[in-house]
Design a binder for this molecule. Structure first.
Ligand code: SF4
Ligand code: SF4
Length: 437
């Protein structure tokens, strides 16, 4: 294809491929740009580390992402599939181009497949599948770099296989899976397997922008006929079938919006070239809503879109607040089990506590735990002042208050965690002591 939209898709896919392959090598705050380590339950986005303690943020972020996808699909249809989905990008921009380069265009490929085995056929098929396997191996490595991290992956590559049986097996299994997908399954992934594709039926409505054939303009279709004053035909569609031939999922978009359409826009480019040749306006097939075609009105958002946008706005606001207010150290404090209070000979009362401090940053953190109220002090049984990167420490300590300051049996008491002279976490707990009458 040589159309404008195909060129845009080409450029976008180069950028996305470059980003995907370079992603594991880019470091922000000493962390990989994006890491989705499900095994260690560690997630990194743009240098910010999220641990299991941030699960509520993770759930909210997933919810926000799902609403965004629903909103995006309701407005723009399945444009993600054709323009940004890794499956389409690898298939159309890498594997299919290699296939064209080695075996020629679709007709030549069909002939080659139907022919008996010759030296040329053997050479071409071997070259193609060797390249497919190599690229699948490369994708498998990059994929693992996003899941387990670049450093562990390099270890698997550099050290003896016997030390990394599971890691090595994962590389081989993913290589086989990618090879199977890009060599044999291909568009079946988009039309049958992908759950997002299956959801189109409920996400789209008549106001959604989709790749659509303007039947009002195109019908009644028919071959071009010549008369004395030039070419004549009734509708603009000359039934040349080129839009069907270029379609990677093999559908005829003139039958209406279909589940198999991945919005790759190849049929738009193909039909535009035909329209140019027969001197008709372009975009007989284009990005249009069904309502636009039937009512010939400009594109308008539906009430559903405003509803989704409002929900998305609220979710983004809450998520932003949680991210901004997220502290570097998370603290969980509990009164020591089975204890009440201890009256001391110096006229003070103490309560025993356990505290766990979790470092959510990608550096070791020095900290100090202090009481908020004047006159109150802390006595540590086991003290530490540094938490390792991504680690936690557990401390046990007494909070001590003068008996004369105690007004009620159970009161709230405040503590603060300081790091680099800055308060990073404030917490409160209960303090039990006999009141001073
Ligand atoms: S490419 Fe355009 S003119 Fe040709 S069959 Fe498809 S819709 Fe009709
Ligand atoms: S009908 Fe086929 S060629 Fe046209 S956008 Fe959909 S998948 Fe692509």
């Amino acid at each position: 294809m040589k159309g404008k939209l195909y060129q845009y898709r080409n450029w976008l896919s180069y950028v996305l491929l470059a980003l995907m392959f370079s992603g594991p090598f880019i470091k922000v705050n000493g962390e990989q740009l994006i890491l989705l380590n499900i095994l260690e339950r560690k997630f990194v986005f743009f240098g910010v580390v999220f641990w299991p303690q941030d699960f509520h943020i993770f759930v909210l972020a997933m919810l926000t992402f799902i609403i965004f996808i629903i909103l995006f699909t309701a407005v723009f249809g399945r444009v993600w599939c054709g323009w940004a989905c890794p499956q389409t990008i690898f298939m159309e921009m890498l594997f299919r181009k290699i296939e064209f380069w080695i075996e020629g265009d679709a007709n030549k490929q069909r002939k080659l497949d139907a022919s008996t085995l010759t030296v040329e056929k053997f050479f071409k098929k071997t070259a193609k599948h060797t390249l497919f396997l190599l690229i699948s191996f490369l994708i498998s490595n990059v994929f693992l770099a996003y899941v387990i991290g670049l450093e562990p992956l390099i270890k698997i590559i550099e050290e003896p296989i016997t030390l990394h049986i599971y890691g090595f097996s994962a590389i081989i299994i993913f290589t086989a899976a990618f090879y199977l997908v890009f060599s044999y399954l291909r568009e079946v992934v988009c039309t049958v397997i992908c759950p997002y594709g299956r959801l189109q039926g409920v996400l789209l409505d008549k106001k959604s922008l989709v790749v659509a054939y303007d039947y009002e303009r195109g019908e009644p279709r028919g071959k071009l006929k010549k008369n004395t004053s030039g070419y004549v035909n009734t509708g603009d569609c000359i039934d040349c079938n080129i839009c069907v031939q270029v379609c990677p999922t093999g559908i005829d978009i003139r039958h209406g919006t279909q589940l198999e359409c991945i919005n790759c826009t190849l049929c738009i480019d193909a039909c535009d070239m035909v329209m140019e040749k027969i001197n008709r306006p372009q975009r007989l097939i284009g990005f249009k809503s069904q309502e636009q075609i039937s009512s010939k009105q400009a594109f308008r958002f539906s009430k559903r879109i405003y509803g989704y946008a409002a929900i998305l706005g609220v979710l983004i606001s809450v998520l932003s607040f949680l991210l901004i207010s997220r502290s570097d150290i998370e603290t969980v404090i509990l009164r020591a089990g089975g204890t009440l209070y201890q009256e001391r000979p110096d006229g003070t009362v103490s309560n025993l506590y356990n505290v766990e401090l979790i470092n959510k940053t990608s550096d070791p953190v020095k900290f100090e735990l202090l009481p908020v109220e004047k006159g109150t002090s802390i006595q540590f049984i086991r003290k530490e002042d540094t938490i390792g990167k991504g680690k936690s420490v557990k401390l046990t300590f007494f909070i001590i208050k003068p008996q004369k300051d105690i007004a009620e049996y159970k009161s709230e008491i405040g503590l603060k965690v300081l790091s680099k002279g800055r308060t990073v976490e404030e917490l409160s707990t209960t303090f039990i002591a006999p009141p001073n009458f």
